[in-house]
Write a protein that binds this ligand. Structure first.
Ligand code: BGC
Length: 380
């Protein structure tokens, strides 16, 4: 085994130990693990491409990768595509030229990224699709992901648990249609919400397509696409805010009161919550989210967002590094599931997610070492 791979293996084992330690860790202890330093000038034969700096989620991933790798002395190049598939492809070509052996890439647009994945495959580089699935190509070797169906289900279950009686107004929002995850989140949510729409607990207020399809327990991708087309935020705060305001303008006092909102992630949840909070006809709202962003954890503490779904990015980073090491060693990463990308079933090992509200926030976010208590004011 080369010294480089041995160093990587030590790093991986240290990471796994740090991630699986059963005692809650103080934040200081959760810092980057101590690993054997690589030889001088040694580089990791892995390149990382993330979708954009404009969505806080990916800054989290950059930081967690840096904690795990760069702090240990490895040089890893992390490039951002800034929501532009052409820039994404140029980033991948740049990394190929620099000699990477494994590409860890989270696509901006799942289908457009097929060309970048194929360029990497043609150069003999293993392609690991990170968090979002690259679609419509066989040039994907592995998919590192959370259980995104479970994310949507956890969001929907929260709304169901908080609702009583019938006729509760339900407003639906989704992510970007170019992101395969938006479909998985919506599918997971629909599985839980649809029976509760049929039994009258909820009444959908902002999607004629969802109303037209509300008797169908299982939707095709095209059907989900029709609904998502009406309720997409494009993962963008301003789009989310404008859509929520337009929905509130288009509905009447009777459609408001105590409302329930499926918001797809934390950034859009804050924007949507602000719009609903500013409407005098909304007396209360329950709103979902995901990512455990610092700003949303503060919103939960302040009673402005109801819940988030913690997807522990440290786990995803650990899984991505494990996959890279497996390929560098000539092996294959662990597989428990497959995800169809339109062409092939891509092997994966999805990670669990945790539903977080004010009740378990301290345990899930602070005691776990995910964020430091000093980031927040008014912790319970
Ligand atoms: C990720 C979410 C993120 C969203 C917007 C999704 O693909 O899974 O965690 O909030 O993209 O960036």
């Amino acid at each position: 085994m080369s010294r480089k791979y041995f160093g990587l293996l030590i790093l991986l084992i240290t990471l796994v130990l740090a991630l699986t330690a059963c005692q809650p860790k103080a934040p200081e202890e959760a810092a980057a693990p101590e690993v054997a330093a690589p030889a001088e000038g040694e580089k990791l034969a892995v390149g990382i491409v993330l979708p954009t700096r404009e969505e806080p989620r990916w800054i989290q991933d950059e930081g967690r990768f840096q904690d795990a790798l760069t702090a240990a002395g490895y040089e890893v190049e992390i490039l951002f595509s800034q929501g532009d598939s052409a820039k994404e492809k140029a980033n991948v070509e740049d990394l190929i030229t620099k000699g990477i052996k494994v590409l860890i890439i989270c696509p901006h647009d799942g289908t457009a990224a097929a060309a970048a994945a194929e360029a990497a495959r043609d150069a003999g580089v293993k392609v690991v699709s990170y968090d979002r699935l690259i679609r419509d190509t066989d040039a994907v070797d592995y998919y590192v992901t959370f259980d995104s169906i479970a994310v949507g289900a956890a969001q929907a279950q929260y709304l169901v648990d908080k609702a009583s009686g019938t006729g509760n107004p339900l407003y639906l929002y989704a992510g970007a249609a170019t992101d395969n995850n938006a479909f998985l989140f919506f599918e997971g949510a629909w599985n839980v919400l649809q029976p509760k729409i049929v039994d009258g607990t909820f009444v959908v207020k902002n999607s004629s397509e969802a109303i037209a399809l509300q008797d169908k327990a299982t939707l095709t991708r095209d059907e989900m696409g029709q609904i998502i087309g009406q309720i997409t935020t494009n993962w963008d705060f301003n789009t989310a805010k404008n859509l929520a305001e337009a929905n509130l303008t288009a509905t009447t006092v009777e459609d408001k009161g105590d409302v329930f909102i499926l918001a797809p992630n934390d950034g859009t949840a804050r924007a949507i919550a602000d719009a609903f909070g500013a409407d005098a006809d909304v007396s209360s709202y329950v709103v979902t989210g995901q990512d455990a962003e610092i700003a949303s954890v503060q919103y939960i503490i302040d009673g402005k967002q109801s819940m988030t779904v913690l997807k522990d990015v440290r786990t995803l980073v650990g899984d991505a590094i494990a996959a890279a090491v497996a390929y560098l060693e000539g092996g294959v990463p662990e597989q428990t599931h497959t995800y169809n990308n339109g062409v092939i079933d891509v092997p994966a090992k999805p990670s669990v997610v945790i539903s977080v509200d004010i009740e378990n926030l301290v345990e899930a976010i602070i005691d776990s070492g995910y964020w430091d208590a000093s980031e927040f004011t008014g912790l319970p």
